[in-house]
Design a protein around this ligand. Structure first.
Ligand code: HEC
Ligand code: HEC
Length: 349
């Protein structure tokens, strides 16, 4: 009798315990679903295993070192005063902190300086994508009258007169000499080493707890959902490598249309990376916005009518104030840990 009672009570107790633990387990699963990345997130946003390399230009240490010296060397410019790093400054997220670039003779240029961070992963270079490879792009600013205003032939003579460079070029590209092509290749090899460092978002993707605020996590959900940023800013580098007119006010620059005269590309510019985005204000090809809040307000309004063709993915979003803040918080979680950059000692003789 005693035994039966015990048995009965035990059964009831066991059932209750099973029920309670089932509730706890289910609760934990649903809670972790809100706080943990999905399989798709990990697949879509984790860094690819390898940095893409240039065709016939694998980044050896000699090439990277040469490219870094050239990148920081003001003698690459006509004035001997402006280096690539003047505009793409490592202390300013490899950009310049200006609404639009300031070039040769302090002239204010029409477009903003994009970061060179993660350009290795881009299919197109510059805002209108006129160059496909970093090797070719690198020569553009040197000879551009507005940027470095250098005569290539004079530059080659100058560099050949510096023994240190003669040796570095020979070590990096044996037998190829000091020519425009090897300058472009070396600069590109260096640029491919400028990649984003691990951010709170990356750690969260890898399953580390407590690294991304609730707000940033909600922001990621909005980014992929209601705010639809993902339509253009997708993948590890947060860019579809495409060109879109997002309806900035007063845009006269027709962007990609000048390279490919198709009506939908009127006023379209390349989708920029959002990695390290807190370091590279002001934003947009024309420096139109100074804060991420302003950027999100722009998208929330669905963009504005300009002289170009508005992208079909630009629509009013109806995000609440809290939701807009969440999207900003998410973007902040994409800034990587600080990286120390050593400025090279340049060869003088
Ligand atoms: C006067 C400032 C200035 C200097 C100097 C300069 N750049 Fe730039 N850079 C810019 C601007 C502005 C753009 C955007 C041009 C455009 O879209 O038409 C740009 C674009 C780029 C891009 C494309 C990035 C992207 O995301 O599309 C790369 C790569 C780059 N520059 C590398 C270099 C290298 C290498 C040098 C030195 C040889 C250099 N830049 C010198 C201002 C500068
Ligand atoms: C239709 C494609 C598209 C959508 C949707 C989109 N973007 Fe963009 N984004 C772009 C393009 C293209 C640019 C550059 C536009 C220009 O300068 O003319 C840009 C620029 C930006 C910049 C400035 C980057 C820089 O370095 O200057 C930020 C920040 C940004 N977008 C965040 C967002 C957020 C957040 C959302 C969602 C609310 C979003 N974008 C939705 C295509 C898009």
């Amino acid at each position: 009798m005693k035994q039966t009672v015990f048995y009965r009570n035990g059964l009831a107790k066991m059932t209750a315990m099973i029920l309670v633990s089932a509730i706890i387990v289910l609760g934990a699963i649903s809670a972790s679903a809100a706080n943990a990345p999905s399989k798709e997130d990990t697949r879509d946003f984790l860094r690819p295993m390898e940095i893409p390399q240039g065709k016939g230009n694998i980044g050896t240490p000699e090439r990277v070192m040469l490219g870094k010296s050239l990148f920081f060397d003001p003698r690459l410019s006509g004035s001997n005063f402006i280096s690539c790093a003047t505009c793409h400054h490592p202390g300013l997220g490899w950009s310049d902190g200006q609404p639009t670039a300031v070039g040769h003779g302090m002239d204010v240029l029409a477009r903003a300086t994009p970061t060179i961070l993660n350009t290795a992963y881009q299919r197109f270079q510059t805002w209108d994508g006129r160059e496909r490879t970093l090797e070719k792009q690198a020569l553009g600013p040197i000879i551009d009258g507005g940027e470095m205003s250098q005569d290539m032939d004079s530059l080659l003579i100058e560099l050949k007169a510096i023994n240190g460079y003669v040796e570095m070029f020979e070590a990096a590209y044996p037998g190829e000499g000091i020519v425009a092509k090897t300058i472009g290749k070396a600069l590109a090899a260096f640029e491919r080493t400028v990649v984003s460092s691990e951010s709170a978002f990356d750690r969260w993707l890898k399953g580390v707890d407590g690294v991304m605020s609730e707000s940033a996590q909600r922001g990621f959900g909005l980014f992929k959902g209601k705010a639809n940023c993902i339509a253009c800013h997708d993948g590890f580098n947060f860019s579809d490598n495409g060109f879109h007119n997002i309806g900035l006010k007063n845009v006269k620059d027709m962007g990609r249309y000048k390279i490919k005269p198709v009506k939908v590309l009127k006023g379209a510019f390349k989708t920029p990376t959002l990695r390290d985005i807190t370091l590279t204000a002001p934003y947009m090809h024309n420096g139109a916005y100074t804060t991420l809040e302003e950027v999100v307000d722009h998208y929330n309004a669905g963009g504005f009518k300009n002289a170009g063709t508005l992208d079909p993915n630009m629509k009013p979003l109806n995000l609440s104030k809290k939701e807009r803040q969440d999207v900003v918080e998410f973007m902040k979680s994409l800034t990587g840990d600080p990286v120390e950059v050593t400025v090279p000692i340049l060869p003088v003789k």
